[in-house]
Design a protein around this ligand. Structure first.
Ligand code: ADP
Ligand code: MG
Length: 357
């Protein structure tokens, strides 16, 4: 294992440890209730922590094994540059001819296209080439230097979008040779939705599937709601807490998830498709929504949108709860989000409440 792989794994462990810490401290507060049954799976480049309430250990083990196998399948199938179903699509799309795409990935592409349209192209999964140029398509810790301005401009000029792709049944083609699909801003959410579906089909109605801080929770934690934390963009702690009961997803996109420093500047993995550079106006964006796929895409889109545009894009995407932390540390929220969140940082940050969504 090289040094950068080690750092990546250490970072991943830190995120997981944070969640386990938060989880166990909350469990010990609920003296009336037994602990949830937990397991974890290493997939999508992160630790996926699964908490199940009210299941016996044998059924819990079976559920976690089933999810482990399925997450592994999803990872291979939806991987942008390995030899799975999406990898094959990406090698055929630039050729311009029509081909049959694997049905295992088509629903994601169709849904991602709708979300991309709703986000006015700020969530743009057609920019694989740009993400690759920036060096974020790697299983190890990315490293600089950043690409040249000319190389970035040349790709931005080709304007790859999801609307360049035509799909008829399973037949697919792109009229723009610069289009390759990267589901990195969305597949984790889509996968978490599938995992929740699987748990429900196994008769489990109280659960959290938490992929490195991005989660969907269903049902309750015994007699009380699920209680979760949102990670601070700078320190290994939480910035806010909230309760969830019923069925909701909480997804955060931040500039701290994947980045490299080069000559004193941070280059992170969320790219503004309009400029071709990492988006500069946000530190992190948290979205609550009923399904995880939309929450994931929206967190990425609103991160790119920044403090000036997040409100209109959230409306267009049908999102009702948003918290955005800008580069000065100011917290932007809509009133409904403010009602639900308890900010835990001191000193209290400057808060700007938007009109309702
Ligand atoms: P994370 O997966 O780290 O939680 P995101 O959901 O925001 O964070 O996804 C970031 C990933 O999405 C990047 O690594 C890249 O693969 C892809 N991506 C980057 N910029 C965009 C964008 N503007 N639209 C769609 N996908 C993007
Ligand atoms: Mg996302």
């Amino acid at each position: 294992m090289n040094g950068s792989q080690q750092t990546f794994i250490q970072k991943t462990m830190l995120v997981a440890a944070l969640w386990l810490m938060l989880g166990s401290s909350l469990v010990s507060r609920a003296a009336d209730a037994p602990s949830p049954y937990r397991g974890s799976v290493l997939e999508f480049g992160t630790i996926i922590d699964i908490s199940l309430w009210g299941v016996d250990p044998a059924h819990g083990d079976k559920a976690i094994e089933t999810l482990e196998r399925d997450f592994n399948w999803m990872h291979i199938t939806w991987h942008a540059w390995k030899s799975g179903a999406l990898g094959r699509i990406n090698s055929l799309l630039p050729l311009g001819g029509e081909f049959s795409a694997a049905p295992s990935v088509l629903p994601l592409i169709l849904e991602a296209r709708e979300l991309s349209r709703a986000s006015k192209g700020l969530f743009n999964p057609a920019i694989w080439e740009l993400i690759d140029l920036w060096g974020f398509h790697t299983d190890v810790e990315p490293e600089g230097p950043p690409p040249s301005a000319e190389a970035i401009a040349a790709l931005v000029k080709q304007h790859p979008t999801m609307d360049d792709i035509t799909i008829s049944g399973i037949r697919m083609r792109s009229r723009n040779p610069a289009v390759k699909i990267d589901l990195g801003g969305f597949a984790k959410g889509y996968g978490v939705d599938r995992a929740i579906e699987t748990l429900r089909s196994m008769g489990i109605d109280n659960a959290i599937v938490n992929a490195g801080g991005d989660l969907r929770a269903i049902g309750r934690h015994g007699k009380r709601p699920w209680h979760i934390g949102i990670r601070h963009p700078d320190t290994p702690g939480v910035i806010a807490e909230l309760d969830i009961s019923g069925d909701e997803s909480v997804f955060t996109s931040g500039d701290y998830e994947r980045f490299y420093e080069y000559q004193g500047r941070r280059y992170h993995h969320i790219i503004d498709p309009r400029t071709g550079y990492p988006a500069t106006a946000s530190r992190s964006v948290t979205v609550i929504h009923d399904n995880a796929a939309t929450a994931d895409a929206a967190a990425t889109a609103l991160f790119v949108a920044g403090p000036d545009e997040w409100h209109s894009i959230a409306r267009a995407m049908g999102i009702r709860y948003v918290m955005l932390i800008d580069t000065t540390g100011t917290v932007h929220m809509n009133p409904a989000m403010q009602k639900r969140l308890k900010l835990t940082i001191t000193p209290a940050p400057k808060i700007i409440i938007s009109p309702p969504l």
